[in-house]
Design a protein around this ligand. Sequence first.
Ligand code: A3P
Length: 295
Amino acid sequence: FRQTQPVMFDGMALPPFPPLLQDAKKRFEEIRNMEYRKGDIILAIYPKSGTHWVWEIVCMLLKQKAEYSKEPKELFFLEAMPDLSIVDSMESPRAVNTHLPYRWLPKQHIENGGKIVHVVRNPKDVCVSMYHHMKSSEEIGEIKDFKTFYETVFMNPNAKLMDGWYKYEKDFEQAEKNDTGGTIFTVHYESLKTNPITEISRLAEFLNINLKDQDIAEIADKCSFKKLKVANDTIKDHSILDIGEKSIGEKIKEFMYRKGEIGDWKNHFTVAMNEHFDAVYKEEMKDSNIKIQFE
Ligand code: A3P
């Protein structure tokens, strides 16, 4: 169904990042065994749920000003960085990001009550966003239509990225139930989009960062989809990511900020696909308390 089969590890399909293609087990274990440093923050977010967006917000909060950094979030992306020892040279407080499921997050970080920022997005829009991403990055080879992607990748147990949305989010929900120390912060993409100031204030409080209302409002504004997309094109230095002749940086730049809306799935799902999705969702989520806003 795909031009190239995805690399599988621990029952999940992996994105084609060089360290995972070379030796997924090694990189997963390196991440799991990462050394904890006080103040570390991990953004643990399912693919296509707003990682870039929340990354920028966290960086601005840490800097305590609404200023874009030149460095793309991929530089601090645990499973994709060329060498994991890069995190050793980062200044504290270190903020890193990953799509790894909860059970693979750095053990010491969890044991020491390190902070985790988590974003949940409605899975219909995640599916659409992932389709566009994988099509642009040529990860799905010959698949050119959304329906085929939905059937053979998103819903296929042998092709579900990082456990697939359901398992990833249900495992996180369970982790939150066990998290008595309040170390996991969860924000819904839809709520962040609709109430950015309220949600960013909540995040600042979680990170123990005291900012004036005006600063929070400025961060919300600078991280709006339109402004972030422009900043991504004009301010970020993606060439840092280029390896050899391949312009990975340029590629990433092109499809990370696509539409940024709630409910784009309505432009992609047929009535039959939607009915199928809803039935699967109902069954998968029957024991979950996660409340998802689809539009
Ligand atoms: P779409 O493809 O639906 O546009 P990630 O960063 O985890 O890969 O997630 C990418 C998705 O987040 C894309 O969704 C992208 O457009 C969206 N996104 C990025 N910045 C955003 C912002 N400021 N507001 C809303 N959505 C944003």
